[in-house]
Design a protein around this ligand. Structure first.
Ligand code: C5P
Length: 232
């Protein structure tokens, strides 16, 4: 069964705790990204785990291997379950992240790689020197590199998850944002999928933000998404 992760895209600890209370027992997994982490620091992770929730720390590391290794260790000490790195950091950086995570044994955070930011198009890739591949080809190459270098999984768009899950080794995690229940507001997301489609395509974790946190009844919204995931 795929898991539902709620993106805590808010600016303060008070707001985060309020949202978690509103969602209640429906969800036990939350994503903390740059906005909230930079505002509140590591204490926000402790606050969320202190409420009995698991944390996906989405800081998308991209640095020299030694720095990434040490930053993964810091995340492991905070007790997070999932962390992100950029696959474009290369083999040695990804390997350093995976090895630092593995030091935590059974409590090791899982390392997810971002392949190509979904905000980038073919021209953006050319501008940074990737002239020989389309975005889809670059996503695929980066995904294989990341998994071969020890990443546990990938962050991928609903558009990519089907092809990647069919070709990467069993046990690879596929964490998919851009999920919208049928009929929900799309917002600024361009390529969306329903929860059922994402699960059928092989997503192991769905990341959903506004459709839950912006709902008049966040708990009911989360339960409806979970039901759709279960049916798939
Ligand atoms: O509110 P919404 O459901 O669109 O939130 C999705 C979350 O997933 C946000 O935290 C967003 O930054 C993140 N994300 C995304 N698309 C990506 C990567 C991450 O929407 N390609």
């Amino acid at each position: 069964m795929a898991e539902l992760i709620v993106a805590l895209d808010v600016q303060s600890r008070e707001e985060a705790e309020q949202k978690i209370r509103l969602v209640g027992d429906a969800v036990s997994f939350y994503k903390i990204g740059l906005e909230l982490f930079v505002a509140e620091g590591p204490d926000i992770v402790k606050a969320v785990t202190g409420l009995g929730k698991r944390v996906f720390l989405d800081l998308k590391y991209h640095d020299i291997p030694r720095t990434v290794e040490r930053a993964v260790r810091s995340g492991g000490k905070l007790g997070v379950d999932l962390m992100t790195i950029h696959a474009s950091g290369g083999n040695a950086m990804i390997r350093a992240a995976a090895e630092a995570a593995a030091e935590f044994g059974a409590a090791a955070p899982k390392i997810l790689a971002v392949t190509v930011l979904t905000s980038m198009d073919e021209q953006d890739l050319k501008d940074i020197g990737v002239a020989s591949r389309t975005p889809a080809e670059q996503v695929r190459a980066a995904a294989f590199l990341a998994v071969a270098s020890g990443a546990n999984g990938l962050v991928c768009s609903p558009k990519e998850v089907g092809a990647l899950s069919a070709s990467l080794k069993a046990g690879t995690l596929f964490v998919t944002p851009g999920v919208r229940p049928a009929g929900a507001a799309v917002g600024d997301q361009k390529r969306v999928a329903t929860p059922a489609d994402a699960v059928r395509d092989g997503a192991t974790h769905l990341v959903v933000g506004r459709p839950i946190l912006g709902a008049s009844d966040p708990r009911a919204a989360a339960l409806a998404i979970l039901e759709e995931m279960r049916e798939a």
